[in-house]
Design a protein around this ligand. Structure first.
Ligand code: ADP
Length: 495
């Protein structure tokens, strides 16, 4: 409730880095153009940021190429690379609160979430991958005939990385961490909504000893800077996180240019399945978290809540009550669980889906409107009686809109849960180990969380089945995205 909300004391935060980062220098864009990044609480301008385009991408790729071909980074001992990454992690940790405040300002997420979870996870990711740097090695292969055969695991080269706005720092860590651990150089294209924190931490990376040109950052828009990176002939690998439609575009650009390998982490419409034996209060809380976390702006949001018919009525009643208690407001205030949506485009899109839900035969249990007249705040919204053919059941809404479905038995719910073009994640809530196993094996999704949701350790791989993506990030799985395997064969004179 509003009374529980107090002012938070956040560190003063200044925007010091708004230029492009190319070859270790903060520079203006070639065109001299800038674009505003907005505060989603008000829609007001936080700062004007250099707008990168084709020419800037060319310069950044040239710097990354030079740093790869001639620079010390890929040739440096893995131990030395690891130490720079660890030092960087220490510096980010030291500046935890300023970085979190900048993330909240640019993105609108609750400050405590940024300060207590996201910046620490960013640090953890870099420490995890720093640990991998000196443990990457090939094999000796027993071959037929008198040959000595070995594999060298080499860095792939210049990595192009395009990230979204929902977790600007974490998406950067998932991509930059493994690429650097393997000895690659990078051109990172941040999302146009949230360019600020990547630039801030990149400065700390250079303070930690990262050589110039190893990490280049081009702020700017997708169809210009993003497309230039995806289609660049001298980029050796592309990693993308964003919508499925844009994923299809960048995959085509990569194929049409130089066939660079691509990893894609795309949209989802993840089921969260509550079985009849579930502890309802716990299930309500977890399903609420699975959907509403980060203003509902998670690619793996549990956006289809399936509830067994025997517990359905009680669940809907309690899920509605929980959503109505959700505290929405200024993300810098203590006690606020939900800040504004990222921008006016997403805000309008979510309200359009809510309207479509209202016009369908689904029941609007609560919410359904904006809050206030300034910024992009939306009421926590719950629909019950949702049917699979409705647009709110099919499409990724990416907002605080929970859709509740009723089911009868496990076989049926597996079929319905899988009946989507997506396959990113799923949640299962049951005390019965057999039910859990049946669901785990039956669900076609890259992650299944049982009696939990959104657990994201550095070592746990993440990625999608079907149109939710290609490949896996995090953990040991991400290393292969950034390595080439070279087979080396030598005849044995005296076998
Ligand atoms: P969202 O709808 O969540 O903003 P997008 O997939 O459009 O998702 O954006 C994710 C990232 O992809 C952003 O950095 C964006 O600038 C970039 N992007 C958008 N369109 C293109 C494109 N045509 N080519 C390359 N990158 C793009």
């Amino acid at each position: 409730t509003a009374a529980a909300v107090e002012e938070l004391v956040t560190p003063p935060v200044q925007v010091n880095y708004t230029k492009l980062l190319i070859n270790g220098q903060f520079v203006d864009s070639a065109s001299g153009k800038t674009f505003p990044t907005l505060d989603p609480r008000t829609g007001e301008v936080i700062a004007n940021v250099a707008e990168g385009d084709l020419e800037d991408v060319n310069r950044a790729v040239a710097a990354a190429r030079k740093a790869f071909d001639e620079g010390p980074w890929p040739k440096m001992s893995a131990y030395e690379r690891s130490r720079i990454m660890l030092k960087f992690a220490d510096l980010v940790e030291k500046h935890n609160d300023e970085i979190a405040a900048l993330e909240t300002w640019d993105n609108g997420k609750p400050y405590l979430q940024a300060a207590q979870a996201e910046v620490p996870s960013f640090v953890r990711l870099f420490r995890y991958y720093a640990g991998w740097a000196d443990k990457i090695h090939g094999l000796t292969v027993p071959a037929d005939g008198p040959h000595h055969v070995q594999t060298l695991h080499e860095p792939i080269g210049v990595a192009g990385q395009i990230i979204p706005w929902n977790f600007p720092l974490l998406m950067m860590a998932w991509k930059v961490g493994p690429a650097l651990a393997c000895g690659n150089t990078i051109v990172l294209k941040t999302a146009e909504q949230t360019p600020l924190t990547a630039l801030y931490v990149a400065n700390l990376f250079h303070e930690a000893g990262l050589p110039p040109g190893v990490l280049n950052i081009v702020s700017g828009f997708g169809p210009t800077a993003g497309a230039a990176l995806a289609s660049h002939m001298d980029v050796d690998k592309l990693a993308f996180t964003g919508s499925t439609e844009t994923g299809q575009t960048v995959l085509q650009l990569a194929a049409k240019s130089n066939l660079k390998p691509v990893t894609l982490e795309l949209g989802g419409k993840s089921p969260f399945i509550i079985c009849e034996d579930a502890d309802i209060d716990h299930a309500v809380e977890l399903a609420h978290f699975a959907l509403f976390f980060n203003q509902g702006q998670c690619c793996c949001a549990g956006s289809r809540t399936y509830v067994h018919e025997r517990v359905y009525d009680e669940f809907v009643e309690k899920a509605k009550a929980r959503a109505m208690r959700r505290v929405v407001g200024d993300p810098f205030k203590k006690g606020v669980e939900q800040g504004p949506q990222i921008d006016s485009e997403q805000f309008k899109k979510i309200l359009r889906y809510i309207r479509e839900g209202r016009d369908s035969s689904a029941t609007l249990e609560c919410g359904g409107d904006r809050i206030g007249s300034k910024g992009y705040f939306i009421q926590p919204t719950v629909f019950s009686n949702v049917k699979e053919d409705m647009s709110i059941a099919q499409d990724e809404i990416f907002g605080p809109v929970q859709c509740v479905f009723k089911f009868k038995d496990i076989g049926e719910v597996i079929k319905r849960a899988n009946n989507t073009r997506y396959g990113l994640a799923a949640g299962v809530f049951t005390k019965n180990i057999d039910t859990a196993n049946t669901l785990t094996r039956g669900l076609r999704a890259g992650t299944v969380w049982i009696n939990c949701y959104d657990i994201f350790d550095a070592g746990i791989p993440f990625g999608g089945y079907k149109m939710s993506g290609m490949g896996r990030e995090k953990g040991i799985y991400s290393l292969n995205n950034y390595l080439q395997v070279k087979a080396v064969v030598t005849p044995l004179k005296n076998p």
